[in-house]
Design a protein around this ligand. Structure first.
Ligand code: CU
Ligand code: ZN
Length: 497
């Protein structure tokens, strides 16, 4: 007698092979059989017409705190995500006092949090108060730099400070973190020289983790930034993941041909270099960071590329939600100020935590990056404010509906691989991202004929259509399209830790 048998599904293993018609048997938190299953079960699910795929692994999450404060993490779970990898773009969860200050820029911070010293404490907090999905963590460079140097310092660390940073990274890796992330356009990571990053990445390399980076430049300097990123992995001796691979600003469109070429060249040299992507032509970040990186200034577009004020939408304005959804252009007109000055006035009136979505990428580039074999999928979601970038709610169904079914950019089995088996392999998550006997029962069931996102820039906080069931560690977290509120997730640790 099995606990659960899913019958008549088109089962995708998550390895890139085409689906097969089969049943799946689950006992406890594991898949025990795939094929024709005659044995009876306590619970049955008829999955006729549905694809059963490994639950999606969101390699680019910023929900480090949200998994604790809003353990339903509805925006993730409804789109079939069963594991988030948090700690991206340098924003890490430990040490927690530095994390509380650092994270304020992108996440709601609850000051009543029980504090944890390091990543062992963070992962323990996840296990003690489990969310609806699994959580794996990257060590965030900003957070350890801030902790070791006592704040945002626009200089290189002293030898003692660097040693402290290395110790913190080592602690995280010993606790089971999957790697280290940087965000070299943001404070304080932007003040780091390459050699500092190599030094901290050595602690990761020594423990078979990977180096993940929001690179120093995604605009005019994209190609040098890719070279720096690959060089850091090669000097430290670890694999590399380029975050949200893209070229920003019309003058840089098409450069992804060359950045993909640099990835291919590194792979040909035997390096493990891959990337991730969200399927939209707008990015989302802090307005403060765009201004600081020269996005609205004259001349070079700087490290985050150029956007004009009518391409910028306010996502989240703490204390002034009525402004959310407005364009920067509307303030340019209302105040009769140039774009950069209008942005600065918004920041001085509402604080540096204003989040925006900003168009600036080319759809052709998005498709080219998506189709390239080095690309896996991540949301980079920031579900904050009333108008968050829709990627927080729509990334996976958008790929399955728009880019697989409607446009044929990827085959279904290839898309599923990039959402499950590929990330599990890259981030060393054992027995995840696969439908096979012995793997954990993280499963998403969707209708390939109807699956689609319904989150838009105007109305972003909407779950998808066509994803009726999601299972995490053998338990339904979504059933018949509704969140069950099951807290089925757990903290995941790097496979060899
Ligand atoms: Cu990010
Ligand atoms: Zn980023």
């Amino acid at each position: 007698m099995h606990d659960l048998v899913i019958r008549n599904a088109t089962v995708h293993a998550g390895s890139g092979t085409p689906g097969i018609s089969a049943d799946i048997a689950i006992d406890g938190d594991r898949i025990v059989a795939v094929g024709q299953i005659d044995e009876d079960a306590i619970e049955h699910l008829d999955a006729s017409g549905l694809v059963a795929a490994p639950g999606f692994i969101d390699v680019h999450s910023h929900d480090d705190f949200q998994v604790l404060t809003e353990p339903d993490v509805t925006h993730n779970v409804l789109q079939g995500i069963t594991t988030v990898i948090v700690g991206n773009c340098g924003f890490g969860a430990a040490p927690s006092d530095a994390a509380q200050v650092q994270m304020k820029a992108i996440q709601e911070v609850d000051s009543t949090f029980k504090l944890w010293a390091g990543y062992s404490g963070y992962l323990e907090a996840v296990d003690q108060n489990p969310p609806s999905l699994n959580v794996a963590a990257l060590v965030g460079h900003h957070t350890v730099r801030r902790a070791a140097m006592g704040g945002v310092e626009k200089r290189a660390p002293t030898p003692d400070e660097l040693a402290t940073m290395r110790k913190m990274v080592a602690e995280g890796m010993e606790a089971g973190a999957v790697g280290l992330s940087t965000g070299l356009v943001y404070e304080p990571g932007r003040y780091s020289e390459t050699s500092e990053v190599v030094a901290v990445a050595e602690e990761v390399a020594a423990r078979s983790g990977i180096y993940v980076s929001h690179m120093r430049n995604e605009g005019d300097g994209l190609l040098d930034a890719v070279r720096e990123t690959i060089g850091i992995g090669s000097s430290a001796g670890c694999g590399v993941e380029i975050s949200h691979h893209k070229a920003v600003g019309a003058e840089n469109w098409g450069k992804v041909t060359q950045s993909l070429g640099l990835i291919e060249a590194a792979q040909a040299d035997g390096m493990d270099v891959t990337a991730d992507q969200y399927p939209y032509t707008a990015r989302s970040t802090m307005l403060f960071a765009l201004v600081q990186n020269g996005t609205f200034g004259s001349g070079s577009g700087g490290a985050m590329g150029r956007s004009s004020p009518d391409e910028v939408l306010l996502c989240s304005v703490p204390g002034a939600s009525g402004l959310e959804g407005r364009t920067l252009q509307s303030f340019v007109e209302e105040w009769d100020l140039p774009g950069e000055d209008a942005a600065n006035r918004l920041l001085s009136e509402h604080g540096n935590e204003v989040l925006v979505a900003a168009f600036g990428m080319d759809e052709g580039d998005v498709r080219m990056v998506m189709a390239h074999p080095s690309t896996m999928i991540g949301t980079d979601g920031l579900d904050r404010g009333s108008k968050p970038h829709p990627r927080a709610w729509g990334t996976y169904p958008r790929i399955l509906g728009k880019y697989v079914r409607e446009e044929g950019i990827l085959s279904l089995e290839d898309a599923i691989w990039r959402m499950s088996g590929f990330p599990a392999k890259k981030f060393s998550l054992k027995d995840r991202g696969a439908i096979r006997p012995g793997a954990f029962a993280d499963i998403v069931l969707f209708d390939p004929k109807t699956v689609i996102d319904s989150a838009t820039f105007e109305d972003p906080r909407n779950g998808p259509d066509g994803i009726p069931h999601v299972i995490v560690n053998g338990k339904f977290v979504v059933k018949d399209g509704k969140h069950t509120h099951a807290r089925a997730g757990r903290a995941l640790h790097r496979a060899d830790s």
